[in-house]
Ligand binder design. Structure first.
Ligand SMILES: *[C@@H]1O[C@H](CO)[C@@H](O)[C@H](O)[C@H]1NC(C)=O
Ligand SMILES: *[C@@H]1O[C@H](CO)[C@@H](O)[C@H](O)[C@H]1NC(C)=O
Ligand SMILES: *[C@@H]1O[C@H](CO)[C@@H](O)[C@H](O)[C@H]1NC(C)=O
Ligand SMILES: *[C@@H]1O[C@H](CO)[C@@H](O)[C@H](O)[C@H]1NC(C)=O
Length: 168
């Protein structure tokens, strides 16, 4: 009788523990802080390419419009930049120029929230420089080969001379 009672009690306790383990994370979910996020969080592009930054608010019920600031802090929508388009938090930069490099800022209209994103411009070595580098490497290899061949030639000649000297 006693054993059965304690068994029942134990199973109730275990059930409650299991239930709290399963439900705990759901019930204790922390209220998320409202933040802005940009995808991608940074970019490195070449001149002439294009890039698209998508800014979103983690609080999807907040419908406050988002504005993008140019890398000098001016609102892009107020500038006459034909290569830049902006709509619903999506900033697109076409035909990227060196002058586009910098930190862009996505903010809510009230400026209560903001997130920064950096655009870097990088240069690919041109085919000409690539070709020159390859040519330099090849010339270097040929020189090393020639020096080795010359050295062997001198060595064998010296050996022959030595052998001749021994014979006489
Ligand atoms: C989300 O936005 C709504 C509408 O602006 C606001 O009432 C709410 O407090 C915000 N939630 C958080 C977590 O900031
Ligand atoms: C930012 O740059 C744009 C484009 O070059 C220019 O029109 C604007 O006056 C600048 N704003 C500031 C505050 O320097
Ligand atoms: C904006 O730029 C375009 C092209 O550079 C030019 O034709 C136009 O007059 C400019 N508009 C203003 C308001 O400056
Ligand atoms: C981005 O905007 C926020 C709010 O307007 C400002 O505090 C911050 O300094 C800005 N950052 C840059 C790099 O302009």
């Amino acid at each position: 009788m006693m054993a059965r009672k304690s068994l029942l009690r134990d199973s109730i306790v275990y059930s409650l523990v299991l239930l709290s383990v399963l439900l705990g994370p759901v019930l204790c979910q922390e209220e998320e802080v409202e933040t802005l996020k940009v995808d991608p969080p940074a970019a490195a592009q070449q001149v002439g390419e294009e890039v698209e930054f998508t800014c979103t608010n983690s609080n999807t019920t907040n419908t406050e419009p988002l504005v993008w600031l140019y890398h000098n802090g001016t609102e892009i929508s107020t500038l006459n930049l034909t290569r830049f388009t902006e709509s619903d938090g999506v900033l697109k930069i076409m035909d990227i120029q060196d002058s586009d490099a910098g930190v862009y800022n996505c903010t809510t209209v009230s400026r209560a929230l903001h997130v920064e994103v950096e655009l870097k411009i990088y240069m690919m070595p041109s085919y000409l420089t690539e070709g020159l580098i390859l040519m330099a490497i090849n010339i270097g290899l040929i020189l090393i080969f020639m020096v080795c061949a010359l050295y062997r030639c001198i060595q064998t000649r010296r050996d022959k001379k030595k052998r001749k000297g021994v014979r006489t």
